[in-house]
Write a protein that binds this ligand. Structure first.
Ligand code: UGA
Length: 450
């Protein structure tokens, strides 16, 4: 077992950069390999290329102390490293299966420099069976490498808290010394977590997380199963929201009471415009494709995906029904482009999908998000006008649609919306507003399942 391993992290995205920066504060020297020049330059200046609370200060201090070494070269850190974390992207193929090009390319490229006996840890989300294939690859290349699956459970927006005050660390592999080394790295991180949380100025917690060791295949399956189950809860809540709409119930009240049952739990039952981001949509499709590959039909996940895909259209339809006429030439403002609050990430963003769908109806669409600048530009259909302030976005609007639960939107007084808007319809697509306050300001409130 390595006592004080030197570490290389491959891929400095949401997962890799968070992992590298935190480990660089836990007594390790960490090489962070990022091939994208503009992202690498940002990291070298002490900045992440995405918005994540608390991350920049700890990148900066790790650079100052020399424990974090950003580079675009595999050759620089890997030959000196005992432990390699692979955190490269796993996008999806057009058929929904996982695209493992980056995962295998990273393993092949790393293999050129890996020293015998080093540990190769997969943090990227991969379909079950991938680790076994990479082990075969290393054997074919005649490399004595121990392969470990260590799936990531952090959420964007709370990446630091989730990693420091984790629910569980899952480690799967065939060599006990290797899995023990990985566990010891996390125990050291846990020992420093209060200090790091203070430095990053993020809320600390007291959670005593679990350390779980499993087989390689089980560890891989745990990750996608956890994401799929959370996505399933959201789609379940959205199915009930549709029923609540037709019978005049309030899905928020329903789910609060349902979630109060400890056996069910209240998290991820928040109905609205559906889930987005770089993980749930791709992981649900990946699990379905994985099932097909092994002859198993995961009907429940196919249904969860269909419900999610239906939500933007459901919201537009509800808006049309409410107005009783066409949306053509209506001035509509969409507030929220990030796939959730706390991030600047717009991958599979419900806000962008809704803005595009509205634009296609002939409406005149303006958007605004406090953290998203030009990230959504490539995803827009022609004609959408992104504004740089909340006031500029809502001034003169016939309808405002809130698609991300940013504090800036929820704490903005309903009377201010009323004052700036031309019309009076406030569509709360994330069910985050207090209905009486909105109505007291003279606005018409519409939610999803409320
Ligand atoms: C998700 C998981 O929560 C993490 O545990 C996991 O590590 C990560 O994917 C990953 O695989 O890397 P993330 O995608 O960052 O994290 O965001 P979540 O907070 O899970 O939210 C996902 C989407 O679901 C967002 O669009 C959010 O608005 C939506 N959501 C969430 C709902 O619509 N309702 C809810 O009740 C909760």
């Amino acid at each position: 077992m390595y006592e004080n391993p030197v570490i290389t992290v491959l891929g400095a995205g949401y997962v890799g950069l968070t992992t590298a920066a935190l480990l660089a504060h836990s007594g390790y020297t960490v090489y962070a390999v990022e091939p994208n020049a503009s992202r690498l330059n940002a990291i070298k200046r002490g900045k992440s290329f995405f918005y994540e609370k608390g991350l920049d200060p700890i990148i900066e201090s790790a650079l100052d102390s020399g424990t974090l070494i950003p580079t675009d070269s595999y050759e620089m850190g890997i030959p000196k490293s005992d432990v390699i974390f692979s955190c490269v992207g796993t996008p999806d193929n057009p058929d929904g299966s996982s695209n493992l090009t980056y995962v295998f390319n990273a393993a092949k490229e790393a293999a050129r420099y890996l020293k015998p006996g080093s540990i190769y840890i997969q943090k990227s989300t991969v379909p079950v069976g991938t680790g076994a294939d990479i082990e075969k690859l290393f054997t074919k290349l005649n490399k004595q490498i121990d392969y470990v699956s260590n799936p990531e459970f952090l959420r964007e927006g709370t990446a630091l808290q989730d990693t420091l005050f984790f629910d569980r660390i899952v480690v799967g592999g065939n060599n006990k010394q290797a899995t023990d080394t990985v566990l010891s790295i996390y125990r050291n991180l846990e020992a420093c977590r209060e200090t790091i949380a203070t430095k990053a100025d993020v809320t600390s917690g007291s959670r005593k997380g679990e350390y779980i060791t499993t087989s390689l295949n089980s560890a891989e399956l745990i990750k996608v199963t956890a994401n799929a189950f959370l996505a399933l809860k959201i789609s379940f809540a959205n199915s009930i929201a549709k029923l609540a709409d037709t019978v005049g119930a309030d899905v928020v009240d329903v789910m609060n009471a349902v979630g109060a049952d400890e056996r069910i739990g209240s998290s991820f039952l928040h109905a609205g415009r559906g889930y987005g981001g770089g993980c749930f949509p791709k992981d649900v499709s990946g699990l379905i494709a994985s099932g097909h590959q092994h002859g198993v039909e995961l009907e429940i996940m196919t249904a969860a995906r269909a419900v999610n895909d239906s939500m933007p259209g459901y919201i537009i339809k509800k808006l049309q029904n409410k107005l009783g006429d066409s949306l053509k030439n209506k001035q509509i403002t969409v507030l929220g482009l990030a796939f959730k609050a706390g991030t600047s990430d717009v991958r599979r963003s419900p806000g962008v999908a809704i803005a595009n769908a509205l634009q296609r109806t002939g409406a005149i669409v303006r958007t605004y998000d406090p953290q998203v600048q030009d990230e959504a530009a490539d995803d827009y259909v022609d004609g959408i006008m992104q504004q740089t302030s909340l006031e500029a976005a809502i001034k003169g609007a016939d309808i405002v649609v809130i698609t991300t639960e940013w504090l800036e939107f929820t704490t903005y007084h309903a009377a201010n919306y009323a004052k700036l808007m031309k019309g009076s319809l406030l569509f709360d697509a994330v069910n985050c507003l207090d209905i009486p306050s909105v109505q007291a300001a003279g606005l018409t409130y519409v939610g999803v399942g409320r």
